[in-house]
Design a protein around this ligand. Structure first.
Ligand SMILES: *Cc1c(COP(=O)(O)O)cnc(C)c1O
Length: 436
C-alpha cells in the first residue's frame, strides 16, 4: 500500500517511510491510497470472533501488503493483551471502556502497535541507525507512548512535558521508567513543548545528525490501529442483538480516534452515524455548523486531553470525504460542552446509574443523552479510567475513586527527568549531545 500526503505536494511514500517519518515533506498527513472493503461474511459472523481475531482481519486490510503475515499477527497479539468491554450504562447507552491497557488510556493500543511496527521495519534492514521518537504531552500521550516503546531496541523516546502542569499520576507513568525513555521537563506550558518538537522536525542540522519521528496521532501506525476498537464494539453490540442502529460517539481532541472509526466505516463497518463530542474547544462543532474551519488557540478544560484548538486529523477527515461538508455533516454530528456541563453529567450519571465517568467520557455520554433518536443504540468511548483524573472526579461526584494497582505501581518508582528551558537552542544542544 502506498501513502499520499493530505497536502498533495509530497512524493508518494511506502508504509515504512510513512511510519519512520511521521509527517510528509510538505507537512501534510499520510493517507493510504486505498481503503479496502471487508467482505459481507466477516460482518455477518463478527459476533463469533475474538478481539484479536477481529483486529487481525482489520490489520491485514491496512498493513497486509507491507508486513509479513506471521509478523503482523504477532504485532497485533502483543498489542492487544487486554479487552475493551462494553458496559451498559442505560437502556440504550453503552460505555466502550478503552481504558484497560497498561497506562489505562486508549492510546496504549496505537502506541504499542507503532512501537512494534517501527521495530519490524528497523530490524528488517540491518544497519539502520537508532530512531528517535519525540513526543510532546499534556499527560496521556506521553505515558502511553513511553510504556508502549519501553525496552524496544533500536528506538529511543523523548517525552517533553510542561513542568508542574501534569498530574502526579501521569508524570510517574513516564518519568520512572528509565531505559530507552527520557523524560524532558520543560519550564513552560504544553504549547512550548509542542513548539520544541515541531522545531526539531524542521531543523536540518538535527535531522541530518539523527533520525527523528513523531508518535502523535499524525503517525499512521499510531492512529489506524484504533479502528480495531470500533469493529470490536460492533461485534459486542451485535452479540446483544442491539447493533441495527448503532450510533458511535467519540470524545475528540486531535480527532485521531474518531478518524480511525471513520476508516472502519469506510471499510464497511455498519455504524449508522457518528457524534464527535468536544469540550469547550469547539472548532469542529463550528465547522459542522458553518462549513468554515477556523482553528483557534486551545482553552483549558477539565477534560484536558481534548484541549485542542487545531485538530491535526481534521485534514484526514476532509480528505476521506473529498472535502464535502455535506457528506461530513450528514454522517457526523457535533457537541460541545463547558466544564460545568461536563461536571453536571458526571454527577447525574453517577447518581442515576451508579456509573463513574471521567471528564472526557462524560462529553460522550452527554452527547448521546441529548442526541439519540428512538430506536437507536448509542455507544460512547470511555477514553480514560476515572482514577487518572482522581481529584477532579472525586471533587465532582463527592465520593472516592479507587486507584487500580497498575496505576499505583507507577507511583512507587523514582522520578528521573532532564530539566529544559523552552528555548529551542537549548533543546537542540541537548539532543545533539545525546546522539554523540
Ligand atoms: C487523547 C485523548 C482523547 C482525544 O483523542 P483524539 O484521538 O486526540 O481525538 C480523549 N480522551 C482522552 C482521555 C485522551 O487521552
Amino acid at each position: 500500500m502506498k501513502y499520499f500526503s493530505t497536502n498533495h505536494k509530497a512524493p508518494i511514500a511506502t508504509l515504512k517511510k510513512a511510519v519512520v517519518k511521521g509527517l510528509a515533506e510538505d507537512r501534510g498527513l499520510y493517507m493510504p491510497e486505498e481503503i479496502k472493503k471487508l467482505p459481507k461474511e466477516f460482518f455477518d459472523n463478527i459476533e463469533n470472533y475474538s478481539f484479536q481475531e477481529i483486529a487481525c482481519v482489520v490489520a491485514d486490510a491496512f498493513f497486509g501488503e507491507d508486513v509479513n503475515a506471521e509478523d503482523l499477527k504477532k504485532i497485533v497479539c502483543v498489542t492487544l493483551s487486554f479487552e475493551t468491554p462494553l458496559a451498559q450504562v442505560e437502556d440504550n447507552i453503552f460505555s466502550l471502556e478503552l481504558f484497560h491497557g497498561p497506562t489505562l488510556a486508549f492510546k496504549d493500543v496505537g502506541a504499542r502497535f507503532m512501537a512494534r511496527l517501527l521495530q519490524y521495519f528497523i530490524r528488517k534492514e540491518k544497519g539502520d541507525s537508532l530512531v528517535n521518537v519525540l513526543v510532546a504531552t499534556s499527560g496521556d500521550t506521553g505515558s502511553a507512548v513511553a510504556n508502549g516503546f519501553l525496552g524496544v531496541d533500536g528506538i529511543h523516546v523523548y517525552v517533553l512535558y510542561p513542568k508542574g502542569k501534569v498530574s502526579k499520576i501521569q508524570e510517574c507513568q513516564f518519568t520512572t521508567l528509565g531505559k530507552n525513555i527520557t523524560a524532558v521537563e520543560v519550564d513552560g506550558v504544553f504549547d512550548d513543548c509542542q513548539t520544541l518538537v515541531k522545531n526539531a522536525f524542521m531543523d536540518s542540522e538535527l535531522n541530518s545528525a539523527m533520525k527523528l519521528t513523531s508518535a502523535n496521532s499524525i503517525n499512521v501506525a499510531r492512529f489506524l490501529p484504533q479502528a480495531f476498537y470500533y469493529f470490536n464494539a460492533y461485534s459486542q453490540l451485535k452479540r446483544l442483538g442491539k447493533a441495527d442502529e448503532m450510533v458511535m460517539c467519540v470524545p475528540s481532541g486531535n480527532f485521531g480516534n474518531i478518524c480511525a472509526a471513520l476508516f472502519g466505516h469506510a471499510m464497511g463497518l455498519p455504524i449508522k452515524r457518528f457524534i464527535a463530542a468536544n469540550n469547550a474547544n469547539d472548532v469542529f462543532f463550528n465547522y459542522l455548523k458553518t462549513g468554515q474551519y477556523e482553528p483557534k488557540p486551545s482553552v483549558q478544560t477539565i477534560a484536558n486531553a481534548m484541549d485542542v484548538g487545531d485538530p491535526s486529523n481534521f485534514a484526514r477527515i476532509i480528505e476521506l470525504y473529498g472535502n464535502s461538508h455535506k457528506r461530513i455533516s450528514s454522517l457526523i454530528s457535533g457537541a460541545t460542552y463547558s466544564d460545568s456541563q461536563i461536571a453536571e453529567s458526571m454527577k447525574s450519571c453517577r447518581e442515576q446509574t451508579g456509573y463513574i465517568l471521567d471528564p472526557h467520557g462524560a462529553c460522550g455520554y452527554r452527547a448521546l443523552k441529548e442526541n439519540l433518536k428512538i430506536g437507536e443504540v448509542g455507544v460512547f468511548c470511555e477514553t480514560a479510567h476515572p482514577a487518572k483524573f482522581k481529584d477532579t472526579v472525586e471533587g465532582i461526584i463527592g465520593s472516592e475513586v479507587a486507584i487500580p494497582e497498575r496505576l499505583a505501581a507507577f507511583m512507587r518508582g523514582e522520578k528521573q527527568s532532564v530539566p529544559m528551558t523552552k528555548d529551542f537552542a537549548d533543546f537542540k544542544k541537548f539532543l545533539l549531545g545525546c546522539c554523540k
